[in-house]
Design a binder for this molecule. Structure first.
Ligand SMILES: [Zn+2]
Length: 186
């Protein structure tokens, strides 16, 4: 799935579950973090051949495995206000990312990007799902639209959005606009 969908899959439940605002941000990070291994694509700007080779070799490998999941959730636990609780949710959100990729991350060339769950352990499983749809197929689009709807509704109902991390004032203006346009039901 693309990074926006992964981010929303972290934020929408994360904002509900987190007891502190910082922890909601960390949970969103955990939902996106596996795709850090796709950053090789950026290297292709400097060196196309090597960047692309790096991308296809390590994307869905380096950070899409159990050990990366444990590392990400422990880091989240250390940084969170509500450490244990947030770490456990982060571990779940990490796996939700893998599940999302298994379901809908097939490349336009038909590449299914198997998940080497125990990598670098030799002989570990390479997870794939035969029903996997393409990364830009309608189920992903539908999911993203649904999550965006929830994103705006939560911003209106809870009175804050991720904009708050950048500027509380801008966020207040954003929420006020939402509430004017879509008033809170009494
Ligand atoms: Zn991924």
């Amino acid at each position: 799935m693309n990074i926006i969908t992964h981010a929303l899959l972290g934020w929408v439940p994360g904002q509900r579950l987190a007891t502190h605002r910082r922890d909601a941000l960390l949970l969103t990070g955990a939902a996106m973090a596996p795709d850090l291994d796709g950053l090789g694509v950026l290297a292709s700007v400097a060196d196309p051949a090597r960047g692309l080779a790096w991308f296809s070799q390590y994307h869905h490998v380096l950070a899409h495995n159990l050990w990366a999941g444990l590392a990400i959730s422990s880091t989240v636990g250390l940084l969170a206000r509500d450490g244990w609780r947030t770490a456990l949710w982060a571990f779940l959100f990490f796996h939700l990312h893998l599940l999302g990729d298994l379901a809908g991350a097939r490349g336009p060339d038909g590449e299914s990007w198997p998940i080497w769950y125990l990598w670098p352990v030799e002989g570990g499983p390479a997870l794939t799902w035969s029903g996997q749809w393409e990364i830009n197929a309608w189920p992903n689009l539908l999911l993203t639209v649904g999550l965006l709807f929830l994103f705006f509704r939560q911003a209106r109902d809870f009175g804050w959005s991720p904009l708050w991390y950048l500027s509380a004032r801008a966020d207040a203006a954003f929420v006020a606009t939402l509430r004017r346009r879509f008033p809170l039901s009494a």
